[in-house]
Design a binder for this molecule. Structure first.
Ligand code: NAD
Length: 290
């Protein structure tokens, strides 16, 4: 398949490389990032998109996505699909889909989970919004870049699934970290705490798969000095997107709102920037109630 790939950073670079390695004809464009192996460089986003059957974008935010979409949509071949894999606000995802469909193109919002490791290994999970026909066309590419693609519904449904998932993740990570900090102060050994909670009703992905306590549970960023992994500032981005969506939809999300506040404080006023989002544990452990 002829594929245009725009945004070749930490995630997009390895995703594009995997498509090229699988034998697809990939042309790429990025403002700064180097071209991954096997990807043909072009001088603009429109040039990367021209003649492609599928155009994939992997960009920092919704404003940049809207600007890039406005540039590439007129350059795209009739019937081609614009597939955005960035994490952006639901409104931008819907607006870009509408713009693409009005121009006779297919459109998908297909944000991912799995991080840089999953992008390199081709084991991402895609959460996808858009038409059945657009999903069917891009599904073979999701199979190369990932291990699972869930068609969640109409345009915007992929972004909705992503921010709801990450709102749960932010909240459960905070709950897990504050519980470990309380256990410390009660004299409860962290390994015993893990042994109980990971097999009791307090279990979660944050505890069982990504335990924030060093030396406890499976290998996680806690065992590597809290080097990300999933950086606290990326969690903050996703929590803010979930709060924007909750405001727009009049949804009451008090735990999500508090998680966004705590990650904002951690990243912007404390030492959370550049640390894994599970570094909330040393943060809580070093504090009292005051
Ligand atoms: P990144 O900053 O490494 O990559 C973004 C790339 O977009 C950069 O190389 C930048 O030069 C390029 N870019 C910006 N404006 C552009 C333009 N107008 N035209 C062409 N290229 C442009 O970010 P990333 O970590 O690769 O993340 C990309 C997206 O994936 C984000 O929306 C992020 O929230 C999401 N995401 C990231 C992770 C992760 O672990 N890094 C996990 C899941 C989802």
């Amino acid at each position: 398949m002829k594929i245009g790939f725009i945004g070749l950073g930490n995630m997009g670079g390895p995703m594009a490389a995997n498509l090229a390695r699988a034998g697809h004809d990939v042309t790429g464009f990025d403002l700064t990032a180097p071209m991954p192996e096997g990807v043909t460089a072009t001088g603009s986003a429109a040039a990367a998109a021209g003649g492609a059957e599928v155009v994939i974008t992997m960009l920092p935010n919704g404003d940049i996505l809207r600007a890039v979409a406005t540039e590439v949509i007129p350059a795209m071949a009739p019937g081609a699909v614009l597939c955005d894999c960035s994490t952006v606000d639901v409104d931008s995802a819907r607006a870009v889909a509408q713009q693409a469909e009005a121009a006779g193109l297919g459109a998908l919002d297909a944000p991912v989970s799995g991080g840089v490791g999953g992008a390199a290994a081709g084991t991402l999970t895609f959460m996808v919004g858009g038409s059945d026909s657009a999903f069917a066309k891009v599904a073979p590419l999701f199979d190369i870049m990932g291990q699972k693609a869930v068609h969640c519904g109409a345009p915007g449904a992929g972004q909705a699934a992503k921010i709801c998932n990450n709102m749960i993740l932010g909240v459960t990570m905070i709950a897990t970290c504050e519980a470990f900090a309380l256990a410390d102060k009660l004299g409860l050994d962290r390994q015993r705490m893990f042994d109980v909670v990971s097999t009791s009703s307090g279990y979660s992905w944050s505890m069982n798969a990504y335990c924030p306590a060093p030396g406890v549970g499976p290998q996680s960023p806690a065992d590597n000095g809290y080097k990300p992994g999933f950086a606290a500032e990326l969690m903050l981005k996703d929590l803010r997107l979930s709060q924007m969506a909750a405001e727009a939809a009049d949804a009451d999300t008090p735990m999500g709102a508090r998680a966004a506040e705590l990650y904002a404080q951690f990243v912007e006023a404390e030492d959370g920037l550049g640390r894994d989002f599970s570094a909330m544990l040393p943060r809580f452990a070093a504090r009292g109630r005051g």
